[in-house]
Structure formats: C-alpha cells, structure tokens
Design a protein around this ligand. Structure first.
Ligand code: AMP
Ligand code: TRP
Length: 333
C-alpha cells in the first residue's frame, strides 16, 4: 500500500484537462492505497484571487472531486491552508532549495512572462511549497499531468539536499505517476497551449460544470485546420488541433487514436465533433448534476474539508516536527 498525494489549485473550476490528466487517475488510485488529495489554496494566491471567488471555488472544486468519485470517507480531502504543517515545511524548503533551481522552472518562466519584476515572490517559491505538500506526508506516489514533472524533479532534489545537508535519510524519493496518453490536454482555441483555468478565454476549455449547450457550442467552435482528418495518428503530429480533438475523443471513448481515425479519418471534422460532443456530455452530465447538488450545501462541504484537515494534520504534524528538529529548531512547547 502506497501513500498517494496530489493537489489542484482552486483558481477556477476544474476542466476536462484536469479530469483526464489527473482526477480520473486520483479516483483509480484510491483502491488499495492511502490517498490524500488537497485543494491548494496557498498556491492559488501566488497570483491575486478575488477572496470571495477563491472561497467559493475551493468549495465547488471539493464538490467536483467528490462528484468525480473521490470518496472522502476513504481518501483524505482537505484544503491546504487548514494544515499549517505545509507552510512550516515550505519555509524550511525555501532555505534548502537554491535560487538557480527555481529560476529554471518553466512554469515560473511562463507565468512570469516578460514582467518578472512584478510577479509575487510566492510565485517564485511555488515549487518549494509543492515539495512540502508531498513530503510533509512522506508520500511517494504523485499522480499529476505532465506539466508538473519538472516540479516533481525539483521536489526530489530538495528532499535529497535536505537529507544531505542534515545527514539523514528522512525524506523518501517521490515517483511521478503520469498517464501518458492524457497527460496534456490542449486548449480548444490553440492546440499548442495547454487547457488551463487561467486562460482568459472560457472557450478554450470545457469546465466540468458546463451545461450541455455550452459544451456543444465550445466543441463546435473548437479550432481545426482546413484539411480532412488523416487516416493514421502519425499524420497528426504537425496538426495540434486535430491531434488534441482525436486525443480527447480516444480518452473518453477508451480507444486508441488509431481506432478513432479508422472511423473518422478521410473526412472533415463535423462528424468527429458531433460524436465528441455526445461523449463529453455523457461523461460530464452526472458529474455536473452531482456537483451542483453537493455544492448546494456548503456547510456539509466545509464539514468534509475540516474532517479531512484533522486527518491530514495527524499525519503531517509529527513529520514536520521531526524535520524542524533535524534542522535545529527548538521543539514546539
Ligand atoms: P492545476 O489546474 O494546475 O491545479 O492542475 C491540477 C492537475 O491537473 C495537475 O496534476 C495538472 O498536471 C493537471 N492538468 C492541468 N491542466 C492539464 C491539461 N491541460 N492536461 C492534462 N492535465 C492537466
Ligand atoms: N502545482 C500543481 C498544479 O498546478 C498543484 C499542486 C500543488 C500539486 N501541490 C501539489 C500537485 C502536490 C501534486 C502534489 O497542478
């Protein structure tokens, strides 16, 4: 039995990329493992969030995870800020990680863009907090989309440097669990950019709570190219939008891209888009309905998160207290 940890930012509503790249894997990994899933609100505020919207989205995404199949009686489901051990260990990791390591993080470079001087220092040390999230539980398996693999390598570097600097073997190695076929779902407006909550265009993503008309309209308007669909997946390589739609189709229908093209190759995108719309609606309707039902009772959601936080703290507090002792901090009174 392994200890699994993963997190999602409550900066918007989880989308199809989150579902296919991460959440469905989280659900599957519950079986036979000890699983800990976290709404990472401290990560969210590395970029300014409207306070009321952040609170609401934290609850809605908690409801969504439960609607997707995370069982809060089995898994530990909680929000990061409720367990102070994360921030305590993150501070220690701020002092272990090197400036140069963080400077090389592609997510930081992408998010900071040209205006590095103006971004929060929290955004810069974001990966240190992420390492703390995982290592505060001595979790070893981390299911994520492929955009997070560089952060996980950094987390391993931090664990190793801590172990080296304090002459210990306290922190274990972390293994990324990346689902190759669905690890990177792209924007519906630009097949070279990943589907993201922070994209300014809502047309670029399918939110897991979108209604059927919105789903149909977003897929109808999804960017394509003028050629017919090819008859073989290799010919998708230079056609990012076509590749993305075929990939999403394959993931939802549980078939290979080659099979999708056997049926839809050598024709325009119309039929593929119609069938894809049906597939997405079939998948998301029960999730949306259950999310709305659960989110209607925010007191109940808060109770679930608080109970999760108590269970999480019971694991993380002793581990972080030991890390503090190893560093030479006085024990907590
Ligand atoms: P985030 O939305 O950045 O909090 O990501 C939560 C999880 O979803 C992480 O494991 C990401 O790697 C994964 N993820 C986010 N966007 C995508 C995407 N477009 N395709 C596949 N996985 C994704
Ligand atoms: N950085 C991750 C993302 O944006 C979210 C995250 C925070 C996370 N802490 C984590 C993922 C710990 C896995 C483990 O997707």
């Amino acid at each position: 039995m392994a200890r699994i940890f993963s997190g999602i930012q409550p900066t918007g509503i989880a989308h199809l990329g989150n579902y296919l790249g991460a959440i469905q894997n989280w659900v599957a990994l519950q079986e036979g493992n000890e699983s800990i899933y976290c709404l990472v609100d401290l990560h969210a505020i590395t970029v300014w969030q409207d306070p009321e919207a952040l609170r609401a989205q934290t609850r809605t995404n908690a409801a969504l995870l439960i609607a997707c199949g995370i069982d809060p009686d089995h898994s530990i489901l909680f929000h990061q800020s409720a367990v102070h051990a994360h921030a305590r260990l993150a501070w220690i990791f701020n002092c272990v990680a090197r400036f140069g390591w963080l400077s090389r993080m592609t997510q930081f470079k992408d998010k900071a863009g040209k205006d590095r001087e103006a971004v929060s220092t929290g955004l810069f040390v974001y990966p240190n907090l992420m390492a703390a999230d995982i290592l505060a539980y001595h979790a070893t398996e981390v299911p994520v989309g492929d955009d997070q693999s560089q952060h996980l390598e950094l987390a391993n570097d931090i664990a190793q440097k801590f172990n080296h600097d304090y002459r210990t073997e306290f922190f274990p190695a972390i293994h990324p669990r990346i689902m190759n076929s669905t690890a990177r779902i792209m924007s519906l407006r630009d097949g070279t950019k990943k589907m993201s909550k922070s994209d300014t265009s809502d047309q670029s993503r399918i939110n897991l709570t979108d209604d059927n008309d919105t789903i149909a309209q977003k897929i109808r308007r999804a960017k394509t190219d003028p050629a017919d669909l090819p008859d073989h997946p290799e010919k998708l390589e230079t056609r990012p939008e076509a590749r993305n739609l075929v990939g999403i189709f394959a993931a939802l229908a549980n078939v290979s891209p080659a099979e999708v093209l056997r049926e839809h190759g050598n024709q325009g995108f119309g039929h593929l888009k119609e069938r894809l719309t049906e597939l997405v609606i079939t998948k998301l309707t029960p999730i949306r309905e259950e999310t709305l039902r659960l989110a209607g009772d925010s007191t109940h959601i808060d109770q679930i998160l608080q109970a999760g936080a108590v269970r999480a703290a019971a694991i993380a507090n002793p581990i972080v207290a030991q890390a503090e002792r190893l560093v030479g901090l006085l024990p907590a009174a």
